[in-house]
Design a protein around this ligand. Structure first.
Ligand code: KG4
Ligand code: ZN
Length: 376
């Protein structure tokens, strides 16, 4: 079964050919054209610009993906397209193109929810679908969504929690803007956080003891311990709330106030030392809440697997800490490879495979892009 899949929900124009051989997915081709450099000039995505660029690129990208897969449309069994959620003007480009192709080539058409794509993106890396034991808890964290999903089986999902305000990725983006780190914020915050040198005294608070040890340290180590001593503490909103929802708007506001205050009171040289500490604390605050809530959901629903997906799961520190915590709890963790975390069409083709098997087809005359399409 070969599926031509299309994804244009935000600022990536993407197409892929995905096939399934004995339960394993294989991307015969995968083409992604990112508009990120253009939107970065404006500090965020400009929907009209995104749609115009999708229109310019979509046919070229589909042709390229067929060429890379050494196929023509005759070799394709199904056409799949992301029909929401996302930016309406961006979604429409992919949806209308897929409708025209399906009608002209007489191929069954499948509509895919973007969040289901992210949720199943771990399968893009040849993880056999049968390896997953259910029930599973899925955490989808992207620029627009932060959702916890109870996965009883493929195609059987229940939303159990989501953000009440900003998404985790959006918080990275907004916090990066406050710190003057540019767009997109996630990679910028994590790169900045890495500049904080870890203290050789991770477990020591900066007390008299540490100071004592400090007397015998090199200049370099003294700087490290002083960095460590400059602790910045941000809130972990809803960390202990009695549900599986999230809230990140308060964290963003706390970053804004703290940074404004630093800017008033500190010299430029101090700010450049504070920025990485602030970035590290923002990243850790988000990670703490995501991990705590996911593990709490896994315990409540007796999950056998935790599934991660979405752009934020490219965050190396988040991945490391999730692996460590799930190892301790002896729960299986599956996550996409880094190239599969962001928007791509392979994840749309993977999800479409399950819908094709269930014969969930849609008429090209009826399909409409739905910017607010909820998965469950
Ligand atoms: O899934 P995605 O590519 O697009 C949406 O569906 O929204 O996610 C984009 C989001 C952005 O907010 C971006 O800042 C975030 O994912 N992101 C990261 C990292 N790479 C991308 N967040 C944290 N750490 C990263 N390394
Ligand atoms: Zn996405």
């Amino acid at each position: 079964m070969k599926i031509l899949s299309i994804e244009t929900s935000c600022d990536e124009t993407a197409a892929a050919v995905v096939e399934n051989k004995r339960g394993e997915f294989n991307a015969c081709s995968n083409v992604v054209s990112s508009q990120i450099k253009i939107h970065a000039q404006y500090g965020g995505i400009v929907p009209e610009v995104a749609a115009r660029l999708h229109i310019e690129k979509i046919i070229l990208i589909i042709n390229q993906t067929l060429k890379d897969a050494k196929m023509t449309l005759d070799n394709i069994d199904y056409i799949a397209v992301c029909a929401g959620p996302g930016l309406i003007s961006s979604l429409m480009v992919g949806v209308e193109t897929a409708k025209a192709l399906a009608f002209a080539c007489k191929k069954p058409l499948i509509k895919i929810n973007h969040l289901e794509g992210h949720l199943l993106s771990f399968l893009s890396d040849k993880t056999p679908a049968r390896q997953i034991r259910f029930p599973a808890i899925g955490l989808v964290v992207s620029g627009g969504h932060t959702q916890l999903i109870l996965v009883k089986n493929y195609l059987d999902y229940k939303l159990i929690g989501e953000t009440c305000d900003d998404a985790a990725g959006e918080t990275f983006d907004k916090a990066a803007k406050i710190l003057g780190l540019g767009y997109p914020g996630g990679p910028a915050i994590s790169a900045c956080a890495e500049k904080v040198q870890s203290s050789p005294f991770e477990n020591l608070r900066v007390t008299k003891d540490a100071f004592f040890v400090m007397l015998r340290l090199s200049k370099h180590d003294k700087k490290r311990i002083t960095d460590y001593g400059l602790r910045i503490s941000l809130p972990r909103p809803m960390l202990h709330s009695n549900d599986f929802d999230f809230s990140f708007a308060g964290l963003k506001t706390a970053v804004l106030y703290a940074w404004n205050d630093f800017q008033k009171r500190r010299k430029a040289t101090e700010l450049s030392r504070l920025r990485p500490l602030m970035a590290k604390e923002i990243q850790q605050a988000i990670i703490d809440v995501l991990i705590a809530k996911t593990l709490k959901a896994a315990t409540k629903f007796k999950a056998k697997t935790i599934i991660l997906g979405g752009g934020v799961t490219a965050n190396e520190e988040l991945r490391r800490q999730f692996i460590k915590k799930t190892d301790l709890k002896k729960i299986k963790l599956v996550l996409p490879s880094i190239p599969m975390t962001g928007d791509n069409a392979v994840m749309i083709g993977v999800a479409a495979h399950f819908h094709a098997k269930a014969k969930n087809f849609v008429s090209p005359f009826k399909l409409r892009a739905n910017p607010e399409w909820e998965l469950t």
